[in-house]
Design a protein around this ligand. Structure first.
Ligand code: PLP
Length: 453
């Protein structure tokens, strides 16, 4: 299967409903997914759905969450390249292709990122025949760099960690002065919003159809680029009562309080209000401590015995070993906190996301082991109670009022005026019409993608 025969991959609608893909292509793509991750047909596996077109999700056992509400986690680790961030990477590249702005052989693709988006960019470029340069901080988990190299991406490293993502943006800003370089600017470009609103949002709505009251009471997502949280816009359009909650590291609470510290939850908490973050739909901002996320991951990875003793089915406890990353734990802890705070009951559903899986965090757990004197089962048991069962309702900030929204708009201006965006443009984002217009463009792009392939 050569790239030239099917130069372009799926439409937004096909990523949401893979069963609508031509049957032969879908079958071949599913086979390629198992046999060869470098086969370009894997573009057709960019979806939340499994082989039988059901959303890949788990409902967390109540013995783990300690709350009555159903906590439904959508699993990003099954996407090609191992995280759902490949979705926005693909959407941004394909929109550029069909708009005639990105031309194979002529343009180099830049992917400013703290890791997973960069992995997605390197992967997509490999499949679609572009050269990729991933611009990211030099202090992220080692597994991320390995993956990017494996997919043939070049690395351009800036100093620092997750909290220094602004340096990657400045570097991108410099590099894009060369017209041969085309950045897939996840923090600024609307395909990220469109992918998550249409594909992730509608998948979330489908995911709860047979759970509790079939509605979504709350959606929690820790923003990095704030693409994923756009699912909340779609969720609210169907369930207006749903509360959309942005989670931030306690150590870097930029949206909540303007805080800008270092933290260890890779992929989120980038010290800014991103351009594509529709803050009109964000109801609460909740803070989660980074150490709780790393310890929580350790528990799910190595605490199977502890979990089974707490009443969790051994098969389920065992499956948890590989399914989550650090930010997944952040999202889950946020979901538990909000279920408590909102007093949700057994019929209510909270949806959240596990962006990636354990495959890129062994080095993070090694670091935890170095920092901690012996992690025996009794320690894991204490962490289990402290972090999950006794999760508190502290550090929840209500952002529903106009004055609070104003603080987020002001943050966005501080972050984006220096990159050349005008007050007028930023002002248009203060109205829901702007976001609806952007969302409507999915249809237009789907038409163009279908025509061109
Ligand atoms: C591990 C991880 N979690 C969460 C996120 C945040 O997702 P988004 O950028 O859609 O806000 C990212 C983004 O790169 C990530 O890599």
């Amino acid at each position: 299967m050569s790239v030239a025969k099917i130069p372009f991959g799926p439409t937004y609608e096909e990523m949401l409903h893979p069963e609508q893909i031509d049957r032969q292509i879908r079958e071949n793509a599913l086979r390629a997914g198992k046999a060869d991750e470098m086969d370009p047909l894997n573009l057709f596996n960019i979806t939340w759905k499994n082989d039988v077109s059901k959303v890949r999700k788990i409902v967390l056992p109540k013995e783990l969450t300690g709350v009555d509400a159903n906590i439904v986690v959508m699993m990003g680790t099954y996407f090609p390249s191992g995280s759902h961030k490949v979705g926005p990477a693909y959407a941004t590249l394909i929109e550029g292709c069909v708009d005639g702005e990105i031309i194979p052989g002529e343009h180099t693709i830049l992917g400013p990122s703290t890791g997973n988006f960069g992995i997605g960019v390197a992967y997509i470029c490999r499949l679609m025949g572009y050269k990729a340069v991933v611009i990211m901080p030099d202090n992220m988990s080692k597994e991320r760099y390995d993956r990017i190299r494996k997919y043939g991406g070049e690395l351009d490293l800036t100093p620092g960690t997750e909290s220094d993502v602004i340096l990657t943006l400045q570097r991108t800003y410099e590099l894009k002065k060369d017209p041969r370089n085309k950045p897939l600017a996840q923090f600024e470009l609307m395909p990220n919003y469109r992918f998550h609103r249409h594909v992730t949002g509608n998948s979330a709505i489908e995911a709860v159809q047979d759970i509790g009251n079939g509605r979504i009471a709350c959606f929690t997502s820790a923003p990095g680029s704030a693409g994923t949280i756009a699912a909340g816009d779609q969720i609210k359009s169907v369930f207006p009562e749903a509360k959309v909650v942005a989670l931030e590291p306690y150590e870097c609470s930029t949206l909540a309080t303007g805080g800008k510290g270092q933290h260890r939850i890779e992929g989120i908490g980038d010290k800014m209000c991103t351009l594509i973050h529709n803050v009109l739909a964000t109801d609460f901002v909740t803070l989660i401590e980074d150490e709780a996320c790393v310890r929580g991951l350790k528990l799910l990875r190595d605490g199977t015995k502890v979990l089974v003793r707490a009443g969790i089915d051994p098969g389920v406890a065992d499956s948890f070993r590989d399914l989550f990353g650090v930010s997944s734990i952040c999202n889950i802890l946020g979901a538990i906190k909000m279920a408590k705070y909102l007093r949700l009951g057994p019929n209510d559903n909270v949806v959240t996301i596990a962006t990636d899986g354990m495959d890129r965090y062994n080095s993070v757990l090694d670091d935890l082991a170095r920092r901690t004197l012996g992690i025996e089962d009794f320690v894991l048991e204490r962490w289990f109670r402290d972090i999950f069962i006794n999760a508190d309702e502290k550090y929840i900030y209500d952002f529903r009022k106009k004055e609070a929204k104003g603080r987020l708009f002001a943050q966005k201006e501080r972050d984006w005026l220096p990159f050349g965006y005008s007050h007028e443009y930023l002002d248009t984002m203060k109205n829901m019409d702007f976001w609806e217009r952007e969302y409507q463009k999915c249809e237009q792009y789907d038409k163009k993608i279908t025509q061109r392939r």
